[in-house]
Design a protein around this ligand. Structure first.
Ligand SMILES: Nc1nc2c(c(=O)[nH]1)N[C@H]1C(S)=C(S)[C@@H](COP(=O)(O)OP(=O)(O)OC[C@H]3O[C@@H](n4cnc5c(=O)[nH]c(N)nc54)[C@H](O)[C@@H]3O)O[C@H]1N2
Ligand SMILES: Nc1nc2c(c(=O)[nH]1)N[C@H]1C(S)=C(S)[C@@H](COP(=O)(O)OP(=O)(O)OC[C@H]3O[C@@H](n4cnc5c(=O)[nH]c(N)nc54)[C@H](O)[C@@H]3O)O[C@H]1N2
Ligand SMILES: [Mo]
Length: 773
């Protein structure tokens, strides 16, 4: 049995008080949101920088919000095109607090390691490249060139390039991502795991099979025009707040909105637009017309059950009705017959048991869908991080295909991405299994030989490091040690490496869980001014709806030693690949327009990139199903797929735990200890449990427990993991279903429990027991 580190704080300023829990809010945003964001901004950046930063956020001549991947609205952007959590993300990046060489001289590694992630998050921006030599207990300053040489020596000493792993988080610009994968493939490996492996990989996997492209098929305009929007497994009030104003618009146009979630999340129930006076007074707009309080993992059953009811509704209504869009099905799809046979055989009692909802609600939903002319389904981590995530998402696409809801205005599939450029990074080649066409273009353009053997994804990389097959780990952003599952195993895997390299903006746990030698390379963020030999540089990003546009940082960087990600990649490439290498790294470093010209030549859909990205709102990448109902799949058609039904049972005496985000964090970066919308103040070590379960276990609100997960590992051994000292909170969640925050609960997520086909860690269904302390 392994005991997770106890993150109780040692520093008064950032320690968890006795957590207070009040009533959860049913509304999101409003004046309070603006006040909170401004207060945070001024605290971190001071008044002058706050104005400089927030007036540029998401503006045409400003920078892309480093928060989520929700698109900006086109046309007249408002001065305050930001949300509370976007402003917080900016404040965290543009903070004036700094982590200097003196900071590292003051603190030993052991001392820093004992600090909680919140404390680490709040120390500020990294200012200098630092090295931790074998056996040393402090990071020490290192010259950039020496750092590059050190990495190059380690990489060149490997007997096989596949012994190195190159991770990417989703904030990296298109330009940096493109060059990073070019460096990695020139070096000779496809080991390019990314945060997407833990995020929307299941969406990409399901959609590529179903419609031939792993991206969503709708735009913001579609949402505004739709008449029915289903939001499954997503908490936009916290994670995509700007989505709420679009939902409000859709509602004003008559759309019905359905929230499918185990928890009654604030923004989905009520919303006050912080940018509107009428939203500021009164109760805000009720957003969801229907709240489906689904049991964790019940979504596949729900969508399959709806499929059956829709087929029956078509039978009843007769051939004149278009509930099943026969024309669309016959012309554009394959596999309908098998889907129909399976779906007619779905047992509705099983659906009710798996979802925990009532028959009347299921029928009401089916009627809403049958009546709808323009349906959109949105989803996020509540669907993607399950063992049966791929079949669940496929079930959504089955339903929309049956109704002909793809490739027409106001309708379609809407996976809502997380990191602000996670979709762009994939487009630029950050993927362990890029398609042949991309690799062939890359080879053609640069005269290199990209490897064709697929590389390691995130879980594969952890296993390879654990087992000693991979020994050099480099990360372009992110916080691998905290974001990944099975913390004790992952930490041991990282410690097994001979070299770990983190290109980072801020201090995090991955700097402290290190290989024999470790490097921290401080990089510019989205908000920072970027000046190279060729002058001031711009970068570009792609949002969740395939819009590509420019981002211009304008703030003074935290020190003159901080380099752009592009510069770091180019300079490292010269050290690793030698000055004779065929890629013009120096030219790329000096002028990012030259990188964009290369992107135009290599990346499908990016022709004339430099010109089109400079259009006022950028340009939209092609999406054949959306644009022309073309489906580049193996069958040449959109595919129905009839997987056997799966759901999540709760074993006797146990709970199924989902791990999720509070309102005061950005993934592993902790902003504060409150979760305002859920009524939690002053602490993150809480577990939300249904009052009936508390009664069964003889626990009361506020009792302290350990969370213990139980599972069998790949070798069939029974394993346990423990996360210590959580306060139980009686909360509205289905019986048998609990919730607690990520990353505190990552030690509980088993490494080998991953989604079928996408290999995404199952972070939303961890079997646990509660042990009273
Ligand atoms: N402020 C802020 N913004 C962010 C982030 C952040 O940390 N902070 N993170 C960014 C990233 S990388 C991502 S991927 C997105 C994440 O955005 P979300 O997916 O909204 O993030 P989670 O907090 O994981 O919330 C998952 C939601 O799914 C619900 N859920 C859990 N299990 C199930 C289930 O089985 N079925 C259904 N139907 N629902 C379920 C939960 O109750 C919760 O509402 O947000 C991005 N934006
Ligand atoms: N249990 C559980 N685990 C999860 C999830 C969950 O819901 N539950 N969600 C998963 C998801 S959806 C995701 S996307 C992953 C997130 O995994 P990651 O992307 O790896 O984690 P982040 O916390 O977003 O990374 C934060 C760090 O990125 C660095 N950073 C920020 N901006 C920049 C930049 O512009 N450049 C560079 N070079 N560095 C920068 C900072 O140093 C900061 O400390 O976590 C996954 N893990
Ligand atoms: Mo994500």
């Amino acid at each position: 049995m392994t005991t997770a580190r106890n993150a109780r704080d040692v520093d008064a300023d950032y320690s968890e008080r006795d957590v207070e829990v009040g009533p959860a809010k049913d509304e999101a945003a409003g004046v309070k949101a603006v006040m909170v964001s401004l207060q945070r901004a001024v605290e971190q950046m001071g008044p002058v920088r706050t104005v400089a930063a927030l007036s540029k956020l998401n503006q045409r001549h400003g920078f892309d919000c480093p928060g989520c991947a929700w698109p900006e609205e086109h046309g007249g952007r408002k001065l305050a095109e930001f949300c509370e959590n976007g402003a917080k993300a900016v404040a965290e990046e543009a903070t004036k607090r700094v982590v200097t060489p003196e900071f590292f001289a003051r603190h030993t590694i052991a001392e820093l390691e004992a600090r909680p992630e919140y404390w680490l998050s709040q120390q500020g921006r990294l200012t200098h490249p630092m090295v931790l030599r074998p056996g040393d207990d402090h990071y020490r300053p290192i010259e950039w060139d020496d750092a590059y040489r050190l990495i190059a020596d380690e990489l060149r000493a490997l007997d096989d390039p596949n012994r190195a792993v190159f991770y990417t988080s989703g904030r990296t610009s298109n330009e940096a991502a493109f060059l990073y994968q070019l460096l990695v493939r020139s070096f000779g490996t496809n080991n390019l795991p990314d945060c997407s492996n833990m995020c929307h990989e299941s969406s990409g996997t399901a959609l590529i099979d179903a419609i031939g492209i792993g991206k969503g098929s709708v735009t913001v305009e579609d949402l505004v025009q739709s008449d029915l929007i289903l939001i499954a497994g997503q908490n936009p009030g916290t994670n995509h707040p700007r989505m709420l104003s679009i939902l409000e618009k859709a509602k004003a146009n008559g759309a019905k909105i359905v929230a499918i979630n185990p928890l009654p999340e604030a923004g989905l129930i009520r919303f006050k637009d912080p940018q509107k006076v009428h939203g500021v007074v009164g109760d805000g707009v009720p957003i969801a017309d229907e709240f489906v309080q689904i049991r964790i993992g019940g979504d596949m059953a729900l969508f399959a059950g709806l499929g059956r009811l829709l087929l029956e509704a078509q039978d009843e209504a007769g051939p004149g009705a278009k509930i099943v869009d026969r024309d669309f099905v016959d012309r554009y799809t394959a596999g309908f017959t098998e889907y129909e046979t399976r779906t007619r055989g779905i047992d509705l009692d099983t659906v009710l048991a798996a979802t925990g909802i009532g028959r009347d609600q299921l029928e009401r939903l089916a009627a809403m869908m049958a009546d709808s002319q323009r349906t959109i389904v949105c989803w996020a981590m509540g669907l993607t991080q399950h063992k049966h995530a791929v079949p669940s998402i496929t079930e959504i696409s089955n339903l929309l295909l049956m109704r002909g809801m793809i490739g027409k205005p106001g309708a379609g599939l809407c996976p809502v991405r997380g990191h602000s450029n996670v979709q762009g990074d994939r487009t630029m080649g950050i993927w362990e299994k890029m398609p042949e066409r991309f690799l062939a273009n890359l080879d053609d353009r640069f005269g290199i030989h990209s490897p064709r053997e697929h590389g390691l994804d995130t879980v594969g990389a952890i296993r390879a490091m654990r087992d000693g097959h991979a020994t050099v780990f480099m990360a372009m952003g992110g916080n691998f040690a905290s974001a990944t599952p099975d913390t004790p195993v992952t930490e041991a895997a990282l410690r097994n490496c001979s070299l770990t390299v983190q290109v980072s903006t801020k201090l995090n746990r991955s700097h402290l869980v290190h290989g024999r030698t470790a490097l921290i390379l401080p990089s510019l963020g989205r908000t920072d001014r970027d000046v190279q030999a060729g002058g001031k540089q711009l970068v570009s990003v792609e949002d969740s709806m395939s819009m590509v546009h420019l981002s211009r940082g304008s703030l003074r960087p935290p020190s003159d030693q901080v380099r752009s990600e592009v510069a770091i990649v180019c300079q490292l490439a010269r050290a690793v690949l030698g000055p004779e290498h065929r890629v013009p790294w120096e030219t790329f470093n000096a002028d990012y327009d030259t990188i964009r010209d290369a992107i135009a030549a290599v990346v499908p859909g990016c022709d004339d990139y430099n010109r089109r990205v400079r259009e006022p709102d950028g340009f939209q990448l092609p999406h054949p199903p959306r644009d022309s109902r073309e489906f580049h799949t193996a069958t040449g058609k959109a595919n129905f797929e009839a997987y056997p039904l799966e759901w999540v049972d709760v074993p006797e005496g146990r709970l199924v735990l989902q791990t999720l985000r509070s309102h005061d964090q950005y993934n592993t970066t902790i902003y504060g200890l409150d979760d305002r919308y859920r009524g939690v103040k002053g602490g993150r070590r809480v577990v939300f449990v249904n009052p009936a379960d508390l009664a069964t276990f003889g626990l009361s609100d506020g009792d302290r427990v350990d969370l213990v997960s139980e599972f069998t590992d790949a070798d069939g051994r029974l394993q346990e993991r423990r996360a210590q000292d959580f306060a139980v909170v009686a909360y509205s969640t289905p019986v048998g279903n609990a919730a607690a925050y990520y990353p505190e609960t990552n030690p509980l997520v088993p490494l080998d429990h991953t989604a079928a086909k996408s290999n995404t860690p199952v972070s939303k269904a961890v079997v646990i027991r509660l042990e009273r302390r």
